[in-house]
Design a protein. Structure first.
Length: 147
């Protein structure tokens, strides 16, 4: 289970089954978010089953956190963590558009990267982003990522 990570405005903590209700209350991600991830929206309904699947995937992941302030904001993960080669990849998503563009993703990413480098001993963290996802690219550049 990953540790709880705290930054100035956020807490990144392991997901629990209790998060299903909060995730369900947020509903489906906006179509714009999905397109920025490279997914074409299909208009599928978002219900309890999807909320349980979302939370369950985070619970099962060894390096995944819920991002929260006063409420659940999204998630952040270190994927493909390789402690032999000392590398991983970063994935982050804020679920509501009103939480984007406020520096919260940058704050969460920085704290998780700090954990990855300082606690896990990683030497390299990579990521993938669509060229048109300008807001995410700015976030990643602030965190020190280079093309």
């Amino acid at each position: 289970m990953p540790p709880i990570l705290v930054s100035q405005n956020l807490t990144m903590r392991p997901a629990t089954a209790a998060d299903v209700e909060a995730r369900l209350a947020l509903g489906a991600e906006p179509d714009e978010n999905l397109r920025l991830y490279g997914v074409e929206p299909n208009g599928a309904a978002f219900g309890r089953k999807e909320a349980e699947r979302w939370v369950g995937a985070l619970i099962e992941h060894p390096h995944a956190w819920i991002i929260e302030a006063a409420s659940l904001l999204g998630s952040v993960r270190l994927d493909r963590v390789d402690l032999v080669d000392k590398r991983a990849s970063l994935a982050i998503g804020l679920l509501r558009q009103q939480d984007q563009g406020r520096g919260l993703g940058t704050e969460a990413a920085r704290r998780v990267l700090e954990y990855g480098f300082d606690e896990l001993g990683l030497h390299r963290v990579s990521l993938r982003v669509l060229a048109g996802n300008i807001r995410a690219i700015r976030c990643y550049e602030k965190c020190g990522f280079q093309v």
